[in-house]
Write a protein of this length. Structure first.
Length: 415
C-alpha cells in the first residue's frame, strides 16, 4: 500500500515537473482571477445592501449577470477559435475590469445592471478560454494533472479571497466610517491584482491552432457528433447536482435546526473535499481511463448524495455531503480533459462555450425545479430525485462514450 502511494506520488510529481512555462504562468493567472472571484462573491451583495439596495434588485442583478454570461459564452468560444486565446482572454479581462469598476463605483440601479452584464460577459470569455488554453500548452501525458491542479488552485485562491474579504473591512474601520466605504475599498483592492493578468498575457507565447479561418465554428461544432453527445450528457450531469446544491444550506438549517456555525463547518469540509477530489482526479484517470473515471466519479457520488438527505444527525449529513463533493470533483477535471480531446483543436473553445451554456441552462432549470420540489413536497424526495438523475447521467455517459476513440493531437503554431 505504502509503495503504491509512493509510486503514484512520484508519477504526480513527475507530471507537474513537466508543466511548460506557459502552463505555469496560466495557473498563476487563473489563480489571481480566482482570488478576485473570492473577494467579489463574498462582499458584493453585502456592499449592495450597504448602499441600500434590497433583495429584489439583487436578485434582478444576479439573474441579469447569469443570463448575460450564458449568452456571451457562444461569442466567447467563437472568438477564441477565430482569433486565438490571447485576444479572447484579453478582451474578457478588459470587459470584466470595466464591468467591475462600474459595479464598485456607481450607485445608480440601471448602471449597476449594465456593469453586471459587462462584467459577466468578460467572466464568460475568461472561463471559456481556460480549458482550451490549458489544453494548448500541455501534452497529453500531463494534461489531466494540469486540469486537476488548475481546479484545486482555483478553489484555494477563491478561499484566500474569501478570507481576505472577511478580514480587510475590519482593518479599515479606523480610517473609513461606513460599511459601504470599507466594502468598496476592499472590493477594488481585492480585484486590482487581476490587472497583472494583462502583463502575464503579454509575456506569454501561447500556441494557436492552425485552423480554417473562414470556418463557421458554431455550425461545425453542432455538426460534430462528439459535441452533440457532450451537450446532451452535460445536461444530464448538471441536473442531478443542480436540483440539490443551491438548497444545501437551507436543508441543514431546516432539517437539523442548526445555525451558521454548523453550516460553515459543512461548507469548509466541502471545500476541502473539492480540493482533494481535484488533485485525486489524475490518479483516477491513470487507473481507470478518462471515460470510466468520469463515470465512476459521478456514480460513486450518488449514494453519498442520498445519505446526505437521510442522515439522522447534521454531522453525518455533512460528512456524506463532503464525500459526495469529493467524488464529483474526482470526475470534473476528467470531463474537462475529455471534452477538449474528443474535438478538433480549432473547435475546442466553441465546444467549451456550448457546454458552458448548456450546463448553466441545466443548472438554472434544475434550481427552479428543486425549489418547487423542496417547498411543495420534501427534501427527502429532492435528494432521491438528485440521486436517481446522477446515476442515470453516469450511465448515459458510459453508454455514449464507452467505445469512443480519442483523436490524435492537432498541430499548433505559436502566436
Amino acid at each position: 500500500m505504502i509503495e503504491r502511494i509512493r509510486r503514484e506520488a512520484s508519477a504526480y510529481r513527475a507530471a507537474v515537473q513537466r508543466f511548460t512555462s506557459a502552463a505555469r504562468w496560466l495557473l498563476v493567472l487563473f489563480g489571481v482571477l480566482g482570488f478576485a472571484y473570492g473577494v467579489f462573491s463574498t462582499l458584493f451583495t453585502l456592499y449592495l445592501v450597504a448602499i441600500r439596495f434590497g433583495e429584489s434588485f439583487i436578485g434582478l442583478l444576479v439573474a441579469t449577470g447569469t443570463l448575460t454570461g450564458a449568452l456571451a459564452s457562444i461569442p466567447a468560444g467563437i472568438s477564441f477559435d477565430r482569433f486565438g486565446g490571447r485576444v479572447a482572454l484579453q478582451a474578457g479581462l478588459a470587459l470584466a475590469a470595466i464591468g467591475l469598476a462600474i459595479e464598485c463605483l456607481v450607485v445608480h440601479g440601471p448602471l449597476l445592471l449594465v456593469g453586471g452584464a459587462i462584467a459577466a460577459t468578460g467572466v464568460a470569455f475568461a472561463m471559456v478560454a481556460q480549458a482550451p488554453l490549458l489544453a494548448a500548452v500541455s501534452q497529453e501525458e500531463e494534461r489531466t494533472y494540469l486540469y486537476g491542479v488548475a481546479a484545486a488552485l482555483g478553489v484555494l485562491a477563491s478561499v484566500a479571497g474569501t478570507l481576505s474579504a472577511g478580514s480587510v473591512p475590519a482593518l479599515l474601520e479606523s480610517w473609513l466610517t461606513t460599511d459601504a466605504e470599507r466594502y468598496r475599498i476592499t472590493l477594488l483592492s481585492g480585484c486590482a491584482p487581476a490587472l497583472l493578468s494583462f502583463w502575464v498575457l503579454h509575456k506569454l507565447r501561447l500556441p494557436h491552432v492552425a485552423g480554417r479561418e473562414s470556418r463557421l465554428f458554431l455550425r461545425a461544432c453542432l455538426m460534430h457528433p462528439a459535441v452533440r453527445r457532450l451537450v446532451v450528457t452535460g445536461l444530464l450531469l448538471a441536473t442531478g447536482g443542480g436540483l440539490v446544491v443551491p438548497f444545501i444550506n437551507i436543508f441543514f438549517v431546516e432539517a437539523f435546526a442548526v445555525g451558521s456555525r454548523e453550516v460553515s463547518l459543512v461548507r469548509t469540509a466541502s471545500t476541502a473535499a473539492t480540493i482533494a477530489g481535484a488533485l485525486t482526479a489524475p490518479l483516477l484517470a491513470a487507473r481507470a481511463g478518462l471515460v470510466l473515471g468520469i463515470v465512476l466519479g459521478r456514480a460513486r457520488s450518488a449514494p453519498w448524495l442520498l445519505a446526505t438527505g437521510f442522515a439522522p444527525v447534521w454531522w453525518l449529513a455533512g460528512g456524506a455531503y463532503a464525500l459526495r463533493t469529493f467524488c464529483v470533483y474526482c470526475s470534473d477535471p476528467l470531463h474537462t480533459d475529455f471534452s477538449m480531446r474528443v474535438v478538433p483543436a480549432d473547435l475546442r473553445a466553441t465546444t467549451n462555450s456550448l457546454t458552458f451554456l448548456t450546463w448553466n441552462v441545466a443548472l438554472a432549470l434544475a434550481g427552479w425545479l428543486g425549489g418547487q420540489v423542496a417547498e411543495r413536497f420534501s427534501y427527502g424526495l429532492l435528494f432521491t430525485l438528485g440521486t436517481v438523475l446522477t446515476i442515470v447521467a453516469a450511465g448515459c455517459f458510459w453508454v455514449v462514450f464507452r467505445t469512443h476513440q480519442l483523436p490524435r493531437a492537432s498541430p499548433v503554431t505559436v502566436e
